[in-house]
Design a protein around this ligand. Structure first.
Ligand SMILES: [Zn+2]
Length: 77
């Protein structure tokens, strides 16, 4: 299983989040999806992970901001 700071990287092909990887995996090593056997270079997979993290984090951040704004405006009702 490859993890970035907080978010698991999902296979770009099938969405599975576990990969076979060599020991001491390097950025230019290939890792293989446990489920669909899709192979991807670790550095590419990490890029995919960054994109996926953005997609997850941004809507959540929006929700938080909306919550804070709602609270802030409650007093004005
Ligand atoms: Zn896969």
């Amino acid at each position: 299983m490859i993890k970035t700071d907080h978010i698991q990287i999902q296979c770009p092909e099938c969405g599975h989040a576990e990969f076979e990887q060599p020991e001491n995996v390097q950025d230019d090593d290939f890792v293989k999806c446990n489920q669909c056997k899709f192979e991807i270079m670790l550095s590419d997979l990490q890029e995919v992970g960054v994109e996926q993290a953005k997609e997850v984090v941004i809507p959540e951040a929006k929700k938080e901001i909306e919550k804070i704004l709602k609270k802030a405006f409650k007093g004005f009702k």
